[in-house]
Design a protein around this ligand. Structure first.
Ligand SMILES: NC(=O)C1=CN([C@@H]2O[C@H](COP(=O)(O)OP(=O)(O)OC[C@H]3O[C@@H](n4cnc5c(N)ncnc54)[C@H](OP(=O)(O)O)[C@@H]3O)[C@@H](O)[C@H]2O)C=CC1
Ligand SMILES: O=CC(=O)O
Length: 323
């Protein structure tokens, strides 16, 4: 008998075919993303779950008595209750590496768009505001040769460094929980304590996972330490930043601008003041979302799921859940 699996997000046909070859699959068919309540109703018989973005809470697991494997189609797993999974012996997997370049590309897009005011000027042209030559009031700042400070020098951090150093001749420093001598040597990186990095950088990019330690690691004090011309980019998770402090820093000119892919509340409320500020470029948590990369992520997640269900060591077990 094939193991029963619930596929909670749309996957490409070849991934579906692979899963169907090995598992007895049921798949979410809704146009909108599945809600937590809808997911809970569908897990009573499932031994495996392929999921993208839904919280894996203790409550959800209570409604999934046969579940043995949760395969996340994401590298981040901050929405997985690891204690609850561990206590039930559930294997958890994720999809590192496969999305690094795509997320790094998007990070550079946010840096460029914020520095060169791309969305603000796009809106100005579209609304008929380009009446004569552009004055210096609309000038941006250079990305090339600027100082970049990256907080969280992991897989994606390194992919950002490659682009920034070799594409834009940026002077890159980093702060990380543990120093990375190997990356320092390969890329000629400077290691700085966080306060020093904040004070020196023209661009501050936040690229840590969300953990109890990184929750709101950037707040009013950290924005005060940044240069008045600094541009802040967050592609990690919304809760790594005190969003009220960010809004204040952007409104009162403590920093120049921000490029954001993630928010405290997602989807972000249309009433969120961040959406009304010209010096903010906003994206809908779309860092890894190209067709190729999402498809590749789904295949990695499917392989993780099948391997775990068939008693083989999956390639990417969540590190905290490794035996
Ligand atoms: N917006 C989007 O669509 C996407 C967002 N992400 C987010 O990016 C995160 C990073 O991904 P990835 O690069 O693959 O992860 P990695 O685990 O490779 O890198 C994370 C880095 O952050 C460091 N770190 C962890 N805690 C701290 C801390 N308290 N202070 C300083 N540094 C810390 C780690 O250091 P150490 O090595 O010492 O532990 C590590 O070097 C994901 O967890 C996810 O939240 C990822 C993909 C897409
Ligand atoms: O946010 C996306 C992820 O893969 O993590």
């Amino acid at each position: 008998m094939k193991p029963k699996v619930y596929i909670a997000s749309k996957v490409p046909n070849e991934v579906k075919a692979y899963l169907e070859e090995h598992c007895d699959c049921e798949m979410w068919q809704g146009e909108e993303a599945i809600t937590g309540a809808q997911l809970a109703e569908r897990l009573t018989e499932a031994e495996g779950l392929l999921v993208s973005g839904n919280a894996i809470s203790n409550r959800l697991l209570d409604s999934a008595p046969k579940l043995r494997v949760v395969s996340n189609v994401s590298v981040g797993y901050n929405n997985n209750d690891l204690d609850a999974m561990r206590s039930r012996g559930i294997i958890g997997t994720h999809t590192p590496y496969v999305l690094d370049d795509t997320v790094a590309d998007l990070t550079l897009a946010l840096m460029l768009a914020s520095a060169r005011r791309v969305t603000e000027l796009h809106n100005l042209v579209r609304s008929g505001g380009w009446q004569r030559g552009m004055g210096e009031g609309l000038f941006g700042v250079d990305v090339h040769h600027a100082k970049l400070g990256i907080i969280g020098m992991g897989r994606i951090g390194e992919a950002i460094v490659k682009r920034a150093k070799f594409g834009f001749d940026m002077d890159v420093a980093y702060y990380n929980r543990n120093r990375k001598p190997d990356a320092e040597e390969r890329f000629g990186l400077r290691y700085l304590q966080m306060d020093e990095l904040l004070a020196q950088s023209d661009f501050v990019v936040l690229m840590t996972p969300l953990t109890p330690e990184t929750k709101r690691m950037i707040g009013a004090e950290q924005f005060r330490l940044m240069k008045p011309g600094a541009i802040f980019i967050n592609v990690s998770r919304g809760d790594t930043v005190d969003e009220a402090a960010l809004i204040e820093a952007l409104q009162n000119g403590t920093i120049r601008a921000a490029g954001l892919d993630v928010y405290e509340m997602e989807p972000v409320s249309p009433e969120n003041p961040l959406l009304k500020l010209d010096n903010v470029v906003t994206l809908p948590h779309i860092g890894s979302a190209t067709a190729q990369t999402r498809s590749n992520m789904a295949m990695v997640a499917a392989r993780n799921l099948v391997d775990a269900l068939y008693g083989r060591e999956p390639q990417y077990v969540i590190p905290e859940l490794k035996a």
